[in-house]
Every structure is written in structure tokens, then in C-alpha cells.
Ligand binder design. Structure first.
Ligand code: PEP
Ligand code: MN
Length: 357
């Protein structure tokens, strides 16, 4: 994806680019009312799901083709660009037939290379040039996400963006789809020119948390936000707990703090030098730790001991969590660091025990 082009050259947008609109298109009245209020507050890009991928059958699966003329009306009346989700060839063709300005691909679809290829082929057959945003797959697989975008790029689409909407998990969590920020951050590192949007609605699943996740995304230099907004959120046909009214959306957007990188980097130079030194020390420490790990691995091999010893690991984890908390670090952070280091140690020891190293 070497030659990406600006997503919305016709609009004069500054960071953060905001895309807003209801989870689902429900009726002409609901769509137009929501769109008018959003446009009045300065929103330039409207979203509305026409086809809805629902986890269980029997729920509202989208209004379908009859909703597309309503999106056209939104465009004519408010001047906003309109967008919807596509999941197959028929959706792509209909969206293009009705002049949808931008499409996005949902998290369940981007996880499926067959579906992604079908969508890419359909776009190519039509010679489409509209911007395409690709949500991360439901599972935290960066390569699968990149692969999905490359299929679209290879179909001749140069206006591509990514949407980070968090990743599925099992069990009850604070977030509906925990963000695992390191994944979009790695995506940005590998593709600095690829615009990345955050979708705080699907990450949080709760309207009260949208503001804080949006701020975190901006602090991590995301380019934009896609937020679900409905004229009457509590009566929405899908995702009602995470939708906000256009009025509340306006308050959220206006309270976001945009930290301006250029004005402060000079003062940061000294602190950054310190960070660079600490990072070097960290690398040396980790390398030393790995060398000891390998020695232990050789000992375990000689004495026919199992590589993973859960008791030892649990004790170590508890001890380090306590130490870390005393030093002002969160339990979650310590646990995730230790889990990563431990995983690599186990991998190295397995290679030793199996004689590959
Ligand atoms: C949506 O944006 O309405 C949607 C279905 O999202 P996701 O694919 O992220 O679940
Ligand atoms: Mn939704």
C-alpha cells in the first residue's frame, strides 16, 4: 500500500475527521432527523448501516435496499457524504448504484478472506474509486487486517483507511470489544500514511465511555473517529446502549483535547534522550534474562523436568504485581508484560528441550 491517496480530498477537514450516524438505518424519518441535527453541528460524513451483521438470527438485520434512497436524500438535503457497510458483491453494486460516497467493511467480514476478495473484485469490476474503510477483524490478528486492506488496494482503490473497533473476547469486560491498542499502534508504525479511525462506540458498547476512549485515540494520534449517533438513542433498533444523540455527540467532540505535536516536541528532546537510554537498558536486561532462561532450559532438559511450571509462574506473577503496584504501575500492565516475557521464555526453552537450539 505504497501509494495511498487522501480519503476526502473534496472536504477541507482537520484532525480529527468525524464520521457519525446511526448504527442502523431504520426509517426515512429517523435517518433524516439524525442527519439534519448532525449536519447542523458541522458533521460532514454520515454513516448508516443498511445491512446489519447480527450475532444471532432473529434480530433486526438491516432495512436493506429500500434505505438507500434515504441516504441519497441525506446527501441532497445536507450535503454530507454518506457511507454504509458492505459485506458482499450485491451490497457493493447496490451501494454504488445509489451513489454512496464511501463504504466500510465490518469486523466479521474483514476476518474472512473469501468475502474480502469478493468485495475487492466487485469494486474492481465497477472501476470504483470511492474511499473504503476496513474495520479490524473481530480477532486480534494484525496480518489478517492488513491482508484485507491489501485486497482492496490491489483492486485499484487508493483511498483506504482503517477503523479500529476493538477485539472480541469471552466473558464480561469493561469494554464490549477491548481495544488492545498495541495492534493499531503497530499498524500505524508499519503504514504511516494509512489514516486510522477509532470506533469508540463498538469498543466500549456503552455511551458513558465514548468520550474517554475518543480522547485516548486522539492522544495516540488517530486521524479520526467514527461514532454512532441516533436522534433517539434509547429507541434504536440496534446497539442502543452505545449510541448518543447528535447533541451529546457535539458535547463529546467539543470537549476533546487535541494535543498539537509540533508545539511541544522541542521541549521533549531531553526527556526523549532519557527514554532512549532507558530503552537501551531495558533491551540489555531482557537479553540477559533470556540468556539465563536458556541456561535453565538446558538444566530442565538434562533433568527431564517440564518446561512450564505453573506454581512458580503464579508465585512470580503475584510477587511482581505487588512490587509493581508499590512502584505505581497497574496490575494489568505488569501482568501483560510478564505474560509476554514468560511466553517468549517458554518458547526458547521448548526449542532447547526439543533439541532445536
Ligand atoms: C457497525 O459499524 O455498525 C458494525 C456492525 O460494526 P462492527 O463491524 O465493528 O461490529
Ligand atoms: Mn453498531
Amino acid at each position: 500500500m505504497e501509494e495511498l491517496q487522501p480519503l476526502f480530498p473534496q472536504l477541507n477537514l482537520s484532525r480529527p475527521i468525524i464520521i457519525a450516524g446511526p448504527c442502523s438505518v431504520e426509517s426515512e424519518e429517523q435517518v433524516l432527523k439524525t442527519a439534519r441535527e448532525l449536519a447542523h453541528n458541522g458533521i460532514k460524513i454520515f454513516r448508516g448501516g443498511i445491512w446489519k451483521p447480527r450475532t444471532s438470527p432473529g434480530g433486526f438485520e438491516g432495512i436493506g435496499e429500500i434505505g438507500l434512497p434515504w441516504l441519497q436524500k441525506v446527501k441532497e438535503e445536507t450535503g454530507m457524504l454518506v457511507s454504509t457497510e458492505v459485506a458482499n458483491r450485491a451490497h457493493v453494486n447496490l451501494a454504488l448504484d445509489y451513489g454512496v460516497d464511501m463504504i466500510w467493511i465490518g469486523a466479521r467480514t474483514s476476518a474472512n478472506p473469501f468475502a474480502m476478495q469478493e468485495i475487492a473484485d466487485a469494486l474492481k469490476e465497477r472501476g470504483a474509486e470511492i474511499p473504503v474503510l476496513v474495520k479490524n477483524p473481530v480477532n486480534p490478528d494484525l496480518e489478517l487486517w492488513i491482508g484485507a486492506m491489501k485486497r482492496i488496494y490491489n483492486a485499484g482503490i487508493k483511498r483506504i483507511g482503517a477503523i479500529h473497533r476493538g477485539f472480541s473476547t469471552y466473558g464480561k469486560q469493561l469494554y464490549r470489544n477491548p481495544p488492545q491498542w498495541r495492534i493499531p499502534i503497530e499498524l500505524k508504525r508499519r503504514f504511516p500514511d494509512l489514516p486510522i479511525f477509532c470506533d469508540p462506540s463498538h469498543i466500549t458498547g456503552k455511551r458513558e465511555l465514548i468520550s474517554s476512549v475518543s480522547q485516548q485515540a486522539l492522544d495516540m494520534n488517530f486521524d479520526g473517529l467514527i461514532i454512532e449517533s441516533h436522534c433517539s438513542p434509547d429507541s434504536a433498533w440496534s446497539d442502543k446502549n452505545q449510541q448518543v444523540s447528535p447533541e451529546v455527540l457535539n458535547i463529546i467532540i467539543n470537549s476533546l483535547v487535541l494535543r498539537d505535536e509540533c508545539s511541544s516536541t522541542e521541549n521533549l528532546a531531553l526527556l526523549r534522550q532519557q527514554i532512549d537510554r532507558i530503552n537501551e537498558e531495558l533491551m540489555e536486561l531482557l537479553a540477559r534474562r533470556m540468556r539465563v532462561t536458556c541456561e535453565i532450559g538446558r538444566y530442565k532438559k538434562e533433568h527431564h523436568m517440564p518446561v512450564v511450571q505453573p506454581n512458580r509462574y503464579n508465585n512470580l506473577m503475584d510477587q511482581l504485581v505487588r512490587n509493581g503496584e508499590e512502584l505505581g504501575m497497574s496490575e494489568e500492565f505488569i501482568r501483560s508484560i510478564l505474560a509476554t516475557i514468560h511466553e517468549e521464555s517458554v518458547r526458547q526453552q521448548l526449542e532447547i528441550v526439543n533439541g532445536n537450539k
